[in-house]
Design a protein around this ligand. Structure first.
Ligand code: HEM
Length: 826
């Protein structure tokens, strides 16, 4: 635990906080004692305060640990003499626990003196002899980002971006950092303060003793009553003391409830860390998980009613299990609604009565309010296509804007200039990958795609060099693709110009290329296991863009416990992982270290070489998950792009015809196309790039992440900020494209009809984290599409007008619409 320090204005430090009427769990909090005599209780050093205690006006008294008669159970290592409580108005109190008695005394002395006005906090700072860990900025709630010269502009409805966190270090260190950051001021748009729940039963603001009892009953019963008892007995000045006898410990309806510690004795499920993360005080795992994947979180609004209902039921599960030990409480004749009663009974076979219903309803309103505050800017976003909203918001807030997607601070970079400056010019600063709960689960946190730091560096270098060794972007790979294109054409021939859906077939074709590289083999298009795996991958992509997956990314701990289709998908993912593990096993059995056949062989050889290195990243888990990454990322992206290109051919027959003429004149109808031909096929190559630009398959990019505080365009972006380099805005940037919203191959052609590169063509991302499969994907797109047009003309039954070029937007990927196509041999 860090201890507080002060010089220039603020006393900062960590204490553990206990607040509200019932004891739930000790939470680590960041406390700030300000010059004005406010004690700010923050989630962490960067968050705006969850609670502000004006010591001179709001703190009725201070009670030390030894005076507390019925102290709730302390966490491991906790000591009574490290504890004290601030008694606040409206029956609230704040219980604080430090690591050491010295810290406790320090905080007590400072707080007492400030509260009693013996010293102004300013004087205190001068006298205080603690090691300095200071800020020269005042983090009062109203000092939001308006006063913060270094934060990217914040959108309306957003809590202010936290100031650069004070990560230890001296004032001099930080001044140097600031100088280096060359921060510049930006006016802040009006900022909604974080929502606060007032008059909440659970938080004890109500003066209705009956209601408070119900809250105790609902939210923690026994422990809560003990806490109330403690307050009554240790603080005669507390308003609680005048509450009446039934509120005092040991009296009235709670008299037979066990002591505070018994709260922890309830079922394991209820006591699990994840369950306890149901904390509506804004300081728990709940916050940590909520909307960590920004675009997935956008469904929260629409799913809120569902979520709230479930929360209430979960809410009940806890008290009901506690009531088992205090059954006499039942004489209040509380009766819940049928639904709630059913859920409670199903969970615990315990009758609950009706009066609770109203309180639950009221509580649910507070809960909704509280959840609203968690949503940050989410209500402002399009739920299906959040990238559209980002683009719109940037018209007001500029190309570098801060949003809070849920509680996750997120900086969105809009337009080619901003994205290129970040990903390319400041590649080192922006190379972190943001955490994606769904992918974390699927990969168990291993593998290239999701990792950071040394693991990522090692895996990325190895993957790139190994894929190149096996021909990625080279002749060897070209031959594989040519061979695969023959299989594809043969298969399409077999449809004899009848309409067919090319989706699965194209997945087979593209996946086989990856399979050659990774597993050293291709699969027949009839292979049942192969088709099964492709089905899983396509289901996964759909799942990733679905509201269910978004729920998972927002509330993984909850969705893990609730029944639902998510478990089906995770089971399917396990099948995919099992398949990979089996292949690895087979490779081990047949490995010849002097002659690696594919990616897996190379990985096994490297694992063997590093087997005595304790920090090696070349182990089984990283191997399975990296192969998983390649298999997944390399299949659906490329095959969907080919499918979209076929839709373009049908929609614009003149473009198709022009390409065919060009191909006929350069490659002819019989020779296999090769990459070298692209120089002589400028129109064809331009169309392929325009297809990628217009499809915009990964509009938000994969999330990046700041691994340290960084300076960008004069702003300081704190560590642990999610970065969205909005690829959609780059591919539609009107400064870079003549007609960004129209399909126009001229975007990639100069006046002489030669192919012209455009640096804003970034469908693969850019910089250090850019797609490792870019050259492979481009080769596949070129060879497959050219060889298809050599042999077929594409159309559909309902004619070009029936083709909708707008993809099906998803929160993760934009996928082309599915059509039955007709491939007429030429
Ligand atoms: C049209 C096809 C493809 C598109 C549009 C595409 C797009 C992307 C994008 C936008 C990223 C994220 C870049 C960033 O974070 O800034 C990415 C990452 C990645 N792609 Fe692709 N990709 C394609 C094909 C492939 C193929 C064929 C492979 C496999 C060989 C592949 C493997 C990966 C991997 C492993 C990553 C993660 C890289 C890392 O985190 O360091 N992709 N891709």
């Amino acid at each position: 635990m860090t201890t507080g320090m002060s010089t220039a204005g603020v006393h900062r430090g960590f204490l553990r906080k206990y607040g509200g009427f019932m004891f739930k769990q000790w939470k680590e909090k960041h406390l700030v004692l300000t010059m004005e005599g406010n004690l700010l209780v923050c989630r962490d050093a960067e968050s705006p305060p969850d609670q502000v205690v004006a010591l001179q006006t709001s703190c009725g008294s201070i009670v030390e640990g030894r005076e507390i008669l019925d102290l709730p159970r302390l966490p491991p290592g906790g000591r009574r003499d490290c504890c004290f409580a601030l008694i606040l108005p409206q029956n609230k109190f704040l219980l604080l626990l430090t690591d050491t008695p010295e810290d406790c005394n320090l905080w007590l002395n400072l707080i007492r003196k400030v509260r009693e006005g013996v010293m102004s906090p300013l004087t205190l700072q001068r006298r205080c002899s603690i090691t300095p860990c200071i800020t020269d900025r005042d983090p009062l709630p109203d000092s939001g980002s308006e006063k913060d010269p270094g934060s990217p502009r914040t959108c309306e409805g957003t809590p202010p971006l936290g100031q650069v966190p004070e990560r230890g270090g001296s004032l001099r260190d930080r001044r140097q950092n600031q100088a280096a950051g060359a921060r510049r001021p930006l006016p802040n748009v009006s900022v909604a303060p974080p929502h606060r729940v007032s008059d909440c039963l659970r938080h004890g603001n109500s003066s209705d003793a009956r209601a408070v009892r119900a809250v105790c009953l609902l939210m923690g019963g026994a422990a809560a009553s003990s806490a109330l008892g403690y307050l009554s007995s240790c603080s005669p000045s507390s308003p609680l003391a005048s509450r009446g006898p039934e509120m005092a410990h040991g009296s009235g309806v709670f008299s037979e409830l066990p002591a505070g510690g018994s709260f922890h004795a309830c079922s394991q499920d209820v006591d699990s860390p994840n369950f306890n993360s149901f904390d509506f005080e804004g300081d728990s795992d709940f916050d940590a998980h909520i909307l960590s994947i920004p675009w997935f979180g956008t469904v929260l609004d629409s799913t809120l009613p569902w979520f709230t209902n479930h929360l209430i039921i979960c809410h009940l599960v806890r008290p009901v299990s506690l009531m088992k030990r205090s059954a006499k409480v039942g004489r209040h004749e509380l009766r819940p609604s049928a639904a709630v009663r059913e859920a409670a009974q199903a969970a615990h076979r315990f009758p609950v009565s009706r009066g609770v219903e109203e309180w639950i309803q009221e509580e649910s309103q507070h809960l909704r309010g509280r959840i609203d505050s968690f949503k940050g800017n989410l209500p402002q976003l399009d739920k299906i296509a959040p990238f559209k909203s980002f683009l719109k918001l940037s018209e007001t807030y500029g190309p570098v804007m801060t949003l809070h997607l849920g509680r996750q601070r997120t900086v969105v970079l809009v337009g080619y200039e901003a994205v290129k400056e970040a990903l390319v010019d400041q590649a080192d600063d922006f190379m972190g990958r943001g955490p994606l709960p769904f992918l974390l689960k699927a990969t168990r946190g291993y593998g290239l795609g999701i990792s950071n730091g040394e693991r990522w560096r090692q895996l990325r270098r190895f993957t790139l060099s190994t894929l190149r060794d096996f021909g990625m972007g080279r002749k060897g790979m070209e031959e594989w693709i040519q061979e695969e294109s023959q299989h594809l054409r043969g298969r399409i021939d077999s449809f004899k110009a009848a309409p067919f859906d090319p989706t699965l077939l194209l997945s087979c074709t593209v996946s086989n290329v990856i399979c050659c590289m990774v597993f050293g083999q291709r699969f027949s298009y009839e292979d049942k296991q192969f088709l099964q795996l492709l089905n899983i991958m396509s289901e996964m992509l759909k799942f990733e863009s679905s509201p269910l997956c978004q729920m998972y990314n927002v509330f993984p701990w909850l969705m893990e416990r609730l029944p639902g289709r998510q478990h089906y998908f995770f089971a399917r993912i396990e099948e995919l992982r099992d398949f990979i593990a089996t292949k690895i096993h087979e490779h081990k059995d047949t490995l010849d270290p002097s002659s690696p056949r594919d990616f897996i062989d190379s990985f096994l050889i490297r694992s063997e070489q590093e087997k005595d290195k304790p920090t090696t990243e070349f182990h089984h888990d990283n191997m399975v998950s990296t192969v998983f990454n390649l298999f997944l990322a390399g299949t659906e992206t490329t095959s969907s792009t080919i499918r979209y290109a076929i839709s373009v051919f049908i929609k614009y027959p003149d473009i198709q015809e022009k390409m065919q003429q060009e191909i006929d004149s350069v490659v002819g109808k019989d020779r296999c196309p090769k990459m070298e031909d692209k120089k002589s096929l400028p129109f064809t190559y331009a169309v392929i790039h325009e297809v990628q630009r217009f499809l915009d398959i990964v509009p938000l990019n994969l999330p990046h992440y700041t691994l340290t505080d960084i300076s960008f365009r004069g702003y300081t972006i704190p560590k642990d900020t999610t970065i969205i380099p909005l690829l959609h805005s780059v591919l539609r940037d009107d400064k870079q494209w003549a007609s960004p919203w129209t399909f126009n191959p001229q975007h990639f052609l100069d006046q002489n009809g030669n192919y012209k590169k455009n640096p804003a063509s970034m469908p693969f991302g850019a910089g250090k984290r850019a797609c490792v499969g870019e050259s492979l994907a481009l080769m596949e797109l070129f060879i497959f599409l050219v060889s298809l047009l050599q042999r077929f003309t594409f159309s559909c039954t309902d004619g070009p007008d029936s083709i909708d070029m707008m993809p099906e937007y998803g929160s993760f990927a934009n996928l082309p619409r599915r059509y039955k196509v007709i491939a007429t041999p030429r």
